[in-house]
Design a protein around this ligand. Structure first.
Ligand SMILES: [Zn+2]
Length: 391
């Protein structure tokens, strides 16, 4: 039988300890040290050592591999006074982490030495409850949820694609959602544009959309932009947002949106649908990927583009493609996974099949190529095409 002091004394002999002064030196020298604070949330809410990751002691072994799988990484663990961190260090040693130290005297000693602390930004209890299913996943966590709440996303079109994208992004807690549209709700929209319902027939789509999005999540700000985009207003609007989601229904806007995103270096999450087929990609030339003009350098002449009314669209299809766009937006915001940059995802509803094509930046692209000829925004004549109608 051992009392707790004897037991802790033995543990501390088996592990490495580091003083707050030595840790401060490492931090100042910008050494690659992973700091882990194993105190409980109520304790870390009061402040942490700058840059420390917080994992309560009870979850450390379960979560450490998601945070760091390399067993030779230099890790320093702290708690309030240096006991829980000593036990934690031994546990990590047993899991094969070779370069782990426990901070002697813990956070109290750090504070006592007068070193800088960081006030950890945290979510309210209400938000923690609301986004609990996100927060419990290490890929999102409280940090990722805070990124979502701080993000500003613009939806172009409150139609078939904008509907599911808007609904899911609002539910996910994307803090600012702008919606551009100039149309009113028509009965024929209701077959697929699930942002709107019968009671909004004849009224502006942006108003219906904003009403619905605010109803889903009063945490977020939904901003209506009732207007048609053109070269005179596109920069002003886009510069207020981090990510642009394309659900527009005509060629002229597609080129305008692509070009504006390129000039302003905003990622463009693009989707399009036609009958039973849809596609999704992320145009982000700033990260090395292609733009829309790399695939389609110039719009076809207006007389080659059939009328908007001719083509049909399967009602569920925009639900799938718009949801995939929402997935890409969230991945970009929380910086997880592989975005569809340089990849075109194709979906065929009749065959129930996905295919992926590699797409590359074209050095001869008139916009993002080596010798660009499109150097300013252009308003193309307003026209439709079957391939891009019926969003
Ligand atoms: Zn290009």
């Amino acid at each position: 039988m051992k009392d707790v002091q004897t037991y802790l004394g033995e543990i501390k002999k088996q592990i490495k300890e580091i003083s707050v002064e030595d840790l401060k030196k490492k931090v100042d020298k910008k050494e690659d040290v992973l700091l882990i604070d194993v105190r409980e949330k109520e304790e870390t809410d009061g402040g942490i050592i700058p840059g420390a990751k917080t994992i309560p002691r009870g979850f450390l072994e379960l979560k450490i591999e998601n945070l760091e799988s390399r067993r030779d990484r230099q890790i320093v663990i702290n708690c309030a006074g240096g006991n829980r961190s000593a036990l934690a260090a031994r546990s990590l040693n047993e899991m094969g982490y070779k370069n782990v130290s426990s901070l002697k005297g813990g956070y109290a000693a750090w504070q006592h030495a007068g070193f800088l602390i960081e006030q950890k930004k945290t979510l309210s209890t209400e938000k923690l409850a609301r986004y609990a299913r996100h927060i419990s996943m290490p890929e999102v966590g409280e940090e990722g949820q805070m990124k979502l709440l701080a993000a500003k996303v613009l939806l172009i079109g409150a139609g078939g694609l904008g509907s599911p994208a808007g609904l899911y992004l609002a539910a996910a807690g994307v803090g600012t959602l702008g919606i551009i549209d100039n149309d009113v709700v028509d009965k024929s929209n209701l077959q697929r544009q699930i942002l709107h319902d019968e009671s909004w027939e004849g009224r502006p789509k942006v108003e219906s959309a904003v009403h619905r999005l605010r109803g889903i999540n009063s945490d977020i700000t939904a901003v209506p932009h009732q207007m048609r985009l053109d070269r005179t207003n596109v920069r002003d609007i886009f510069s207020q947002y981090d990510i642009i989601v394309n659900g527009c229904d005509n060629f002229s806007t597609r080129y305008l949106v692509n070009d504006a995103c390129f000039f302003l270096k905003k990622p463009l999450v693009d989707g399009s649908i036609f009958r039973f087929e849809g596609q999704v990609t992320v145009f982000d030339p700033a990260s090395g990927g292609p733009c829309y003009r790399c695939l389609y350098p110039l719009p076809p002449p207006p007389d080659m583009a059939p009328s908007c009314q001719e083509a049909g669209v399967f009602g569920v299809l925009p639900g799938i493609i718009g949801s995939l766009q929402a997935v890409e937006v969230i991945k970009l915001i929380i910086n997880q996974g592989e975005p569809l940059v340089g990849k075109l995802l194709l979906y065929d509803a009749l065959k129930q099949k996905f295919r992926e094509l590699k797409i590359r930046r074209d050095q001869a692209c008139p916009l993002c190529g080596d010798k660009p000829t499109v150097t300013d925004l252009i308003d193309y004549e307003w026209f439709c095409s079957t391939a891009n109608a019926h969003r």
